[in-house]
Write a protein of this length. Structure first.
Ligand SMILES: [Fe+2]
Ligand SMILES: [Fe+2]
Length: 161
């Protein structure tokens, strides 16, 4: 089996190994982003390391499953603390997840070639969505959580609500 290796993908691989997601200040989300980035690196390593297609697709499927969990977590927080931003953010998640799913299905069909659309989606996720969209909207969430904690700390327990 021959796997094509465009040079730009090889350089993406080395860049991905060293890349860390920008921090949002929300521990749960930051940890999930780290896991996602690590899974993306593992997927790239499996693909460019000539792992068997079944192993590569296993990595891609795990990434897909984890992305679903992460998006659900993030959307729950946005709904609670930054509701006006939810609709747009959810639409972006749906577009990303569809891109990954379509690429996994295409990969399964072809058997030995990973579609460039998968890496386009992963790059979009790594470099743009997490480091820009998420950082921006999750700042509202972070402030909302902080204000809620402050309110709890300073509230008078005897005051009627
Ligand atoms: Fe995220
Ligand atoms: Fe997001």
């Amino acid at each position: 089996m021959t796997v094509s290796r465009p040079p730009e993908w090889s350089s993406d691989l080395s860049r991905a190994v060293h890349q860390e997601p920008h921090l949002t200040g929300i521990d749960l989300i930051d940890e999930q982003h780290r896991v996602l980035f690590r899974m993306i690196v593992e997927l790239r390593e499996a693909h460019f390391g000539d792992e068997r297609p079944v192993i590569v697709i296993e990595h891609a499927s795990q990434l897909y499953q984890y992305a679903l969990v992460h998006f659900e977590t993030e959307e729950g927080l946005i709904e609670s603390y930054a509701e006006p931003f939810l609709e747009d953010h959810r639409a972006t998640h749906q577009r990303l997840i569809k891109g990954i799913r379509d690429a996994v299905l295409e990969y399964k069909r072809s058997g030995n070639t990973i579609p460039s659309s998968l890496f386009d989606r992963l790059d979009e996720y790594c470099t743009h969505h997490v480091n820009n969209d998420d950082v921006e909207v999750l700042e509202h969430v972070r402030v909302g959580i902080r204000n809620e904690r402050l309110e709890l700390l300073t509230s008078d327990p005897d005051r009627p609500r």
